[in-house]
Design a protein around this ligand. Structure first.
Ligand code: PEP
Ligand code: MG
Length: 740
């Protein structure tokens, strides 16, 4: 059987690589010969911004290492910037063409340039050129794209061996302003989220064998998918279209055809899937339409599952310990996985302080920043990184002077933290003698020692879904009961408020396959799921009661929108409590105040519940109709603004009138200025992440409420006060010696 052009080239390439001495120069020479091109050149990315000619067959050899283009400059730069192939019959008249005299490329009219990518990131560009004006065939494009995949390692290693050149603008440090998501200053090598290691085996001799492996992997992936759908959506209740959509993507002939073609071309099954997945990632970056982006994301996810089915455990895990993870997006479950693998810090381009990944980072004591747009593109694995979660900055490839400055900042921070630790046993009383109570938010039993370290009065919010996300699933009653019992044991008699599962929106279990929604934050989530699928909620309530084993128990329901929902949930709890042999000594039932509709049901609610905790993260997002996870809205609306303050004052007044216990457990509690305002409004129980607690205590102990209240009232009455009051409050705090 005659070899296809791809297979012939690949088999020669394999022979070359098997010798173990293949240089980039040998590879480009081979490609030029096989594709009958006069020129074949490889450009590699340096410092995330500059493309450098690394090897060429046909252009002036003296240009290697000298010819450089910015990303976006010239045809090569354009391919790198867009991740798209350019196939040009008349390259020199293309508007992007950039003339580089040292290359001697004047005689070449046509050019085919393809990006060299790994995990959706561009590492360089591979290009062939011919004198004759011609468009390259689809087969030729396919061949060059396949070669581009095979040269990723050669191209990457040809960069990393070189010491960065000082003063060369492509490799100098990059500074990103970012949002401070979780405090701490850390250093470490960069690790890019989603950077899967390339498959060990790229080429294969026997395509039929590879196709059989592919078929088997596809069958096992489909089986897993079916099981996932069946287990997640029991009783055949799942809307058919969702199940069909998922299966349709899995069976989509388009991408399967491309994978099969790549295998027939000589790639191993995993290399073929890898290549198609990497194309998908590249294309995803171009797409703005959210619906199409989602569909491509589905495909990418399926490709990942397929790779797993093919590779099994063969693909080694990337060493993560001590690294700074850089991600475009990151869900809380993924963050937990990375944390378990020992990362030192995390930068999330599309992360904001109110998002759950950020909340989790704070709970885990993991320094984090968000919104550093462009960081993923600019970073390369193993680049040195400084992450400043205090001020909000991410610095790639820091100069040594800057690194030293950050080291000093980290040292003085450590001294400050040690000094604050002395406040642990200091009374929680403002300067003028008002008592306040500080509690800790937690989500993992491992966080419990922080109670002792911070001197918190108890756990004001235990997010039970976080412990489930850490396990990857909701465990059975006995296992859950063991978790809750451990939490109560470690609390040593301090009160703990357990919030029932608040899954959905951005808090998903890894195998989540529930229906996709346009607005998941306002969708079928949290208690709504619990009431519609009472079996899961009842199991959790039983586990809580068993875990308490006769001790006092406080249970709180999230996302309650109506008194009816609260009643239904409470009834389930009371029923379960009546069934267990050893009911808790006391059973307190509370609700979160997160959904605005509840504001107009408070008197009736107060008659039936034992405590209320304001979830300001969700309440603020719903009051202002502003998604808490959208970084561009993070600064736009403020709790410290007249409408929110009026709302909080009203709730506080109603609670005081009935003697109802009222606390606030959203992120606002962790901000000293917000905490001061809450105290002024009469909300004196605050629950926050352990890392913020002593800082808030230090500030509130320095607060003179007698002086602050009239100032705040004046500010709220002033005609100009329609937006955020943060600035004038901060100025007041500065003038009155209150640390912020
Ligand atoms: C809140 O919404 O303020 C809250 C505490 O709950 P979560 O952040 O877990 O949604
Ligand atoms: Mg909430």
């Amino acid at each position: 059987m005659a070899l296809t052009p791809t297979r012939r080239l690949l088999s020669r390439l394999r022979a070359l690589m098997a010798a173990g001495t293949a240089q980039l120069a040998d590879i480009v020479a081979l490609v030029a010969g096989e594709l009958v091109a006069e020129v074949c050149s490889a450009y590699g990315l340096r410092g995330g911004e500059i493309l450098e000619l690394r090897a060429t067959h046909g252009l002036n050899p003296g240009a290697v290492g000298r010819t450089r283009l910015r990303v976006g400059e010239g045809i090569i730069g354009l391919v790198a910037a867009t991740g798209q192939v350019l196939n040009l019959a008349d390259a020199q008249n293309h508007p992007a063409f950039a003339y580089r005299p040292e290359t001697g490329e004047e005689p070449y009219a046509s050019m085919l340039a393809v990006p060299v990518r790994r995990a959706g990131r561009t590492l360089g560009v591979l290009a062939v050129q011919n004198r004759a004006s011609r468009r390259y065939t689809d087969d030729e494009v396919e061949v060059l794209e396949t070669v581009a995949m095979l040269v990723t390692d050669s191209l990457a290693s040809s960069t990393s061996d070189e010491a960065p050149e000082k003063g060369f603008f492509g490799t100098v440090q990059r500074h990103f302003e970012a949002a401070a998501l979780s405090p701490g200053i850390v250093f470490g090598p960069a690790l890019l989220h989603g950077a899967r290691r390339a498959p060990r085996r790229l080429l294969a001799d026997q395509p039929d064998l590879e196709l059989t492996r592919l078929e088997a992997a596809l069958a096992s992936m489909r089986k897993d998918l079916d099981a996932l759908i069946r287990d997640q959506l029991p009783d055949g209740e799942a809307p058919r279209d969702v199940m069909d959509a998922t299966r349709r993507v899995a069976a989509d002939p388009g991408w399967l055809r491309r994978v099969t073609a790549a295998v027939r071309g000589g790639l191993s099954a995993e290399a073929a899937v890898h290549r198609v997945a990497s194309d998908v990632r590249g294309r995803m970056r171009q797409i703005v339409d959210p619906y199409l982006r989602e569909r491509l994301a589905d495909l990418e996810d399926l490709a990942d599952r397929l790779l797993l089915a093919l590779d099994g455990d063969e693909t080694p895990l990337i060493e993560a310990s001590g690294t700074i993870l850089i991600a475009r997006r990151l869900g809380p479950a993924q963050l937990l996985e990375w944390h378990a693998r020992g990362i030192a810090g995390v930068a999330i381009e599309e992360g904001s302080a109110g998002g759950h990944a950020a909340i989790l980072a704070r709970a885990l004591g993991l320094p984090a920043v968000g919104g550093a747009r462009g960081a993923v593109e600019a970073a390369s694995t193993s680049d040195g990184v400084v992450l400043d979660g205090d001020e909000g900055a991410l610095i790639l490839r820091p100069e040594s002077a800057l690194r030293d400055a950050y080291q000093r900042a980290a040292d003085s921070r450590a001294i400050r933290v040690a000094a604050r630790a002395l406040l642990r046993d200091a009374p929680s009383i403002t300067r003028d003698g008002t008592r306040f109570r500080l509690f800790m938010n937690a989500g993992l039993p491992q966080e419990m020692p922080q109670l002792e370290a911070t001197g918190a009065e108890g756990i004001g919010l235990f997010r039970t879904e976080i412990a489930m996300m850490a396990r990857g699933a909701v465990p059975d009653v006995a296992e859950q009961a063991a978790i809750y019992a451990r939490v109560l044991d470690e609390a040593g008699g301090r009160p703990v408020i357990f919030r029932t599962l608040d899954l959905g929106s951005d808090k998903l279990l890894p195998d989540h396959t529930a229906p996709r929604e346009e607005n998941p934050a306002m969708g079928w989530r949290s208690l709504r799921v619990g009431l519609d699928r009472p079996a899961v909620l009842r199991r959790q309530l039983r586990a809580l009661l068993l875990g308490a084993a006769g001790r006092p128990l406080s249970v709180m329901f999230p996302m309650v929108a109506t008194l009816g929902e609260f009643r239904q949930a409470k009834a389930l709890l009371v029923t379960e409590a009546g069934r267990i042999p050893r009911p808790p000594e006391t059973l307190a039932v509370g609700t979160m105040l997160e959904v605005p509709a509840l504001l107009w049901q408070i008197p009736a609610l107060m008659a039936e519940c034992d405590f209320i905790s304001i979830g300001s993260n969700d309440l603020v997002q719903f009051i202002f109709a502003a998604d808490r996870g959208t970084p561009s809205l993070a600064e736009r609306y403020d709790l410290l603004s007249p409408p929110m303050l009026s709302l909080l004052e009203e709730v506080s007044r109603e609670a005081a009138a009935t003697g109802m216990s009222l606390s606030l457990c959203g992120e606002a509690a962790a901000r000293p200025l917000d905490a001061a305002v809450l105290l002024a409004l009469g909300i004196c129980q605050l629950s926050m992440s352990a890392s913020s607690l002593l800082g808030v205590k230090e500030s509130l102990r320095a607060l003179d409420l007698n002086a602050f209240r009239p100032f705040l009232e004046g500010l709220r009455r002033s005609a100009a006060a329609y937006g955020s009051l943060r600035e004038p409050i901060a100025a007041w705090a500065r003038d009155h010696g209150m640390p912020q």
